[in-house]
Write a protein that binds this ligand. Structure first.
Ligand code: UDP
Ligand code: MG
Length: 320
């Protein structure tokens, strides 16, 4: 490789209660750094862990000058932790990777090589989801399909957050300060030159995933409502078609009364119509509420996270 300006690489790792794997992760990452001809560094973001995660990060930062640590003031969630890391990262290439070793750090050199071919985002796409149940595979496939149909700006399928970003892609992301952060969508939204890199995803090395179906469902709702107004459109269509049906049915009822007369009957139809309309209205209200709630939390313009402490070569970005 030619020796012009040193090419810098920063790896951003969100970590929430990752005592079990963090040291193992760092060992593998350091081994990868050793094979690379770049100025490498890593930023561990402790997302308000309740275990020894911050103690481990502190120790790693003390013994390795390439290690920086940020500790958030509480658990803000993975998306905020990632944002904190991206805000602080200052490098030509920034890698985003999970601490649980589900994304193999050994792929970083290949991802960076593709980035250096002139791309801005190289995202790792998993071939296979080892260690996940069929139901989870099925539900996530359904989710991606739904997103593709609903969103104006579809995001790549079977892609986690594992990716490498160019300096200008990171700068673009930094400008997106919305509170409802659906990172996968945001990564896709910025545009530039994005390419996929296929790999095989391993099962979690240790510890348990913090995602359960409740959180995944909420994430899916967030993904859809942050990037698409289609549910509002659907509510409109539902309302219009119900009104049209009710109108036709009304004409029929009136004609029936005029032609044959009508003793008190029709209680079942009445009940069905009332229940159906009530349900449709509640659903439409819920959809509207979802967007109103979103607007409410965005208008407060609160910072996305607070940094409580830091270690090593990092200057935490102070939100405007
Ligand atoms: N994580 C975080 N804050 C949270 C939850 C998770 O920083 O509130 C980190 C976690 O330590 C890991 C990554 O985000 O490095 C992915 O978490 P997890 O493995 O639980 O999610 P999954 O792999 O199922 O998407
Ligand atoms: Mg994981």
């Amino acid at each position: 490789m030619t020796t012009t300006m040193p090419y810098s690489l920063a790896v951003v790792v969100p970590a929430y209660n990752e005592t079990e794997v963090l040291e193992r992760f760092h060992g593998r990452l350091a081994a990868v750094f050793a094979t690379m001809d770049v100025e490498a560094s890593v930023i561990y973001v402790d997302d308000g862990s309740a275990d020894d995660t911050w103690a481990i990060i502190t120790r790693l930062a003390a013994s390795d000058s390439r290690v920086a640590g940020l500790r958030l003031s509480r658990n803000f969630g993975k998306e905020a932790a990632l944002t904190a890391g991206l805000d602080a990262a200052d490098a030509d290439a920034v890698v985003v990777i999970d601490a649980d070793l589900q994304d193999p750090p050994e792929l970083i050199p290949q991802l960076v090589a593709r980035l250096r071919e002139g791309n801005d985002v190289v995202y790792a796409t998993r071939d296979d989801r080892a260690g996940e149940t069929r139901f989870k595979k099925f539900t996530s496939a359904g989710f991606y399909r739904l997103m593709e149909r609903l969103s104006d700006n579809p995001m790549p399928r079977d892609t986690g957050d594992f990716r490498v970003l160019s300096r200008r892609a990171v700068a673009a992301l930094r400008g997106l300060r919305e509170r409802q952060r659906f990172m996968k969508g945001l990564f896709a939204w910025i545009g530039y030159r994005q390419v996929a890199f296929r790999y095989h995803r391993d099962a979690r090395a240790a510890g348990a995933t913090k995602w359960n179906y409740w959180r995944l469902t909420n994430l899916a709702i967030e993904g859809i409502t942050s990037f698409s107004a289609a549910p509002l459109r659907m509510a409109t269509w539902l309302g219009l078609s119900t009104a049209a049906l009710a109108f036709l049915y009304g004409i029929w009822v009136i004609l029936k009364v005029l032609v044959w007369g009508d003793p008190v009957r029709g209680y079942p139809t009445l009940l069905v119509v009332i229940l159906f309309l009530g349900g449709a209205q509640l659903m439409a209200l819920g959809v509207i509420g979802e967007y109103v709630g979103r607007t409410y939390s965005e208008t407060k313009r609160r910072p996305l996270y607070y940094v409580e402490d830091s270690r090593g070569p990092v200057s935490p970005f102070t939100p405007p």
